[in-house]
Design a protein around this ligand. Structure first.
Ligand SMILES: Nc1ncnc2c1ncn2[C@@H]1O[C@H](COP(=O)(O)OP(=O)(O)O)[C@@H](O)[C@H]1O
Ligand SMILES: [Mg+2]
Length: 296
C-alpha cells in the first residue's frame, strides 16, 4: 500500500466515524426530546392524580363529618326521649288534675320546677352539640378528665341502657390542643366499645376502662373494653376508611379512620390497638384496647 492509499483509507475511516458520531448524536437528541416530553406528561399525570386524591380526601372528610353529625343526632334523639316524655307526662297529668280540681299551688309549683329542670338539661345538651360542631380549629387549654366526662354525659343514656360499667382512672392533666376533635375521638372509640359490648350476652361482663396518665412529655390515654376483642385477620384494617363489620344501618367504617386522622394529622400524636385481657374478680375478660399518645 502506498502512503497515499493509507492516508485515503484513514480519511475514509475518520469520515465514517464522524458520520456515525453525528448519527448517534442525532438519535440521542431525539431520545432526550422524547424523554423530556415523557417527563412533562408524567409530571402532568402526577399532578392530575394528586388533584384527584385531594378531591377524594375532601369527599371522605365531608362524609366523615356527615357521619359524625348523624351519630350525634342519633345521640341527641336518644338523650331527649326520656326528658321529653317526662315533660309531656307531667303536663298532661297536671291538666287532668286541674280539670278534676285536685291540684294545689304547691304541687303545681313542683311540676313546673320539674319541667324547668328537664328543659335546662335539653338546652345544655344542645349547647354541647353546637360547640362540638363549630368549625373553628382552635387550640385551647382543656382538662382530659372533663373532656372524658363530657363524652360520658353525651352517651349516658345509652351506657345506662345497656348496663355498661365505666371504670375510670384519670390523672388530672391539661392539654393545649384541639378540644372538640379530642372529644370526637373519645366518642368514636367509646361508641365502638358500646356497640361491641352490646353483643355480650352476660350484662354483668360489660366494662369500659378508661385510663389517662402522663409519661415523659406525653399523655397516654387507654380505652379498653371486655367485648372479646377484634379478630386477628381484621385488626390491621380497622383504621381504613369504610372498613366496617357492622350492618349497613349501623356502621359506616368512618369512625376510626377519622379518629386516626385527627390524632395523627391534627393533634400530632399516635394511636394503636391491641386485644388485651383484664382480670375481674377471678375471671379473665378479653377486649379491644386503644392507646392514644398525645404530646403535652
Ligand atoms: N371495641 C371494639 N371491639 C371490637 N371491634 C371493634 C371495636 N372498635 C372497632 N371495632 C371494629 O372496627 C370496625 C371499624 O370501626 P369504625 O371505623 O368505628 O366503623 P363502624 O363503627 O362504623 O363500623 C368496626 O366495624 C368493628 O369491626
Ligand atoms: Mg364506629
Amino acid at each position: 500500500m502506498t502512503i497515499e492509499e493509507v492516508e485515503e483509507k484513514w480519511k475514509a475511516r475518520l469520515e465514517r466515524e464522524r458520520k456515525a458520531r453525528k448519527e448517534s448524536e442525532r438519535l440521542l437528541e431525539n431520545k432526550s426530546a422524547e424523554l423530556y416530553e415523557l417527563n412533562v406528561s408524567l409530571v402532568k399525570k402526577v399532578e392530575e392524580e394528586l388533584e384527584k386524591n385531594r378531591e377524594k380526601e375532601l369527599i371522605v372528610f365531608q362524609q366523615s363529618k356527615m357521619a359524625a353529625m348523624g351519630e350525634m343526632i342519633g345521640n341527641i334523639a336518644h338523650q331527649w326521649r326520656q326528658p321529653l316524655s317526662a315533660i309531656s307526662s307531667t303536663a298532661s297529668s297536671n291538666i287532668i288534675q286541674l280539670e278534676l280540681g285536685l291540684t294545689n299551688d304547691k304541687d303545681l309549683k313542683k311540676s313546673f320546677e320539674d319541667i324547668l329542670n328537664h328543659t335546662s338539661f335539653l338546652s345544655s345538651t344542645i349547647d354541647d352539640f353546637r360547640n362540638f360542631f363549630r368549625n373553628e380549629k382552635e387550640f385551647s387549654h382543656f382538662s382530659i378528665g372533663s373532656s372524658i366526662e363530657k363524652c360520658q354525659n353525651i352517651l349516658t343514656a345509652i351506657i345506662h341502657n345497656r348496663s355498661i360499667q365505666v371504670v375510670k382512672n384519670i390523672e388530672d392533666i391539661e392539654l393545649f390542643n384541639l378540644k372538640n376533635e379530642f372529644i370526637q375521638v373519645i366518642l368514636n372509640i367509646i361508641k365502638n366499645a358500646i356497640d361491641a359490648l352490646s353483643n355480650i350476652e352476660d350484662v354483668t361482663k360489660r366494662y369500659i376502662f378508661i385510663d389517662a396518665f402522663r409519661e415523659d412529655n406525653n399523655v397516654i390515654l387507654q380505652i379498653k373494653d371486655t367485648a372479646v376483642g377484634i379478630p386477628d385477620h381484621i385488626i390491621h384494617k380497622i383504621f381504613e376508611p369504610y372498613f366496617t363489620t357492622k350492618h349497613q344501618s349501623q356502621g359506616t367504617g368512618i369512625g376510626l379512620f377519622m379518629t386516626n386522622e385527627i390524632i395523627v394529622k391534627h393533634m400530632k400524636g399516635s394511636i394503636t390497638v391491641e386485644n388485651l385481657s383484664t382480670q375481674i374478680d377471678d375471671e379473665i375478660l378479653i377486649g379491644a384496647s386503644f392507646t392514644i399518645t398525645i404530646p403535652t
